[in-house]
Design a protein around this ligand. Structure first.
Ligand SMILES: Nc1nc2c(ncn2[C@@H]2O[C@H](COP(=O)(O)OP(=O)(O)OP(=O)(O)O)[C@@H](O)[C@H]2O)c(=O)[nH]1
Ligand SMILES: [Mg+2]
Length: 199
């Protein structure tokens, strides 16, 4: 597992002109439904308590937030999708921001991590997000968040159901992860490193 000697917030971008050049550093982008636990997962991977802001109010992260890790790679916390109380205009702004972001980074082999709530086991929006990212050429890492909420005896079944709902192959690896118990941290770092060695 990667040792974290430094992790710092770089910037928040709400439009494409504020994106950092994807050619400078390898980027690892975290995507998922609002409230799925993206910011918590980032803090857990980086061993920081509150570098990325977390909240019990969904829709909290509304910008593309960049973090520099070990002076080497960037972690990118993306705004969540599927927040019901968002206005139509904000939803369109969000879609535009995501299109701009992925179209700019994917040609540079960015790693995409899709987070899916282990308890919810995937929704239509998760399936659409996955189809969209795969259609743009991403080879995502899949993470089932909040796995602490699923009893161990039900996990195999829960992940099987999650794969079905999101439209993943039965043999697709899915990392069970918990910010609460720190489960899955090593495994996720291993997956991220493996994607980077591929380039
Ligand atoms: N039980 C449990 N709760 C978690 C876990 N990770 C996050 N949570 C809780 O889920 C809620 C949302 O977490 P965030 O990390 O803010 O989620 P997010 O995906 O960044 O949310 P947005 O920025 O609004 O899209 C918070 O109340 C967290 O405490 C986990 O592993 N286990
Ligand atoms: Mg967040």
């Amino acid at each position: 597992m990667e040792r974290i000697h430094s992790a710092e917030f770089l910037r928040s971008a709400t439009t494409a002109k504020d994106f950092l050049p994807p050619t400078e550093r390898p980027e690892v982008a975290f995507v998922g439904r609002s409230n799925v636990g993206k910011s918590s997962l980032l803090n857990t991977l980086l061993r920081r308590k509150a570098l990325a802001r977390t909240s019990s109010t969904p829709g909290r992260t509304q910008a593309v937030n960049y973090f520099l890790v070990n002076d080497r790679l960037r972690f990118v916390d993306l705004p969540g999708y599927g927040y019901a109380k968002i206005s139509r205009t904000d939803r369109q702004k969000w879609a535009r921001l995501m299109d701009d972001y992925f179209e700019s980074v994917l040609p540079h082999a960015a790693v995409v991590v899709i987070l899916i709530d282990a308890k919810v086991r995937g929704t239509d929006l998760d399936r659409q997000a996955n189809e969209y990212l795969v259609s743009l050429g991403a080879n995502p890492i899949y993470v089932a968040t909040k796995i602490d909420k699923v009893p161990r005896s039900q996990r195999v079944k829960a992940l099987r159901e999650l794969r079905q709902r999101v439209g993943l192959a039965a043999e697709q690896p899915v990392v069970g992860f918990s910010a609460t118990t720190q489960e899955g941290v090593k495994e996720l770092w291993r997956e991220i490193a493996a994607r980077q060695e591929g380039h």
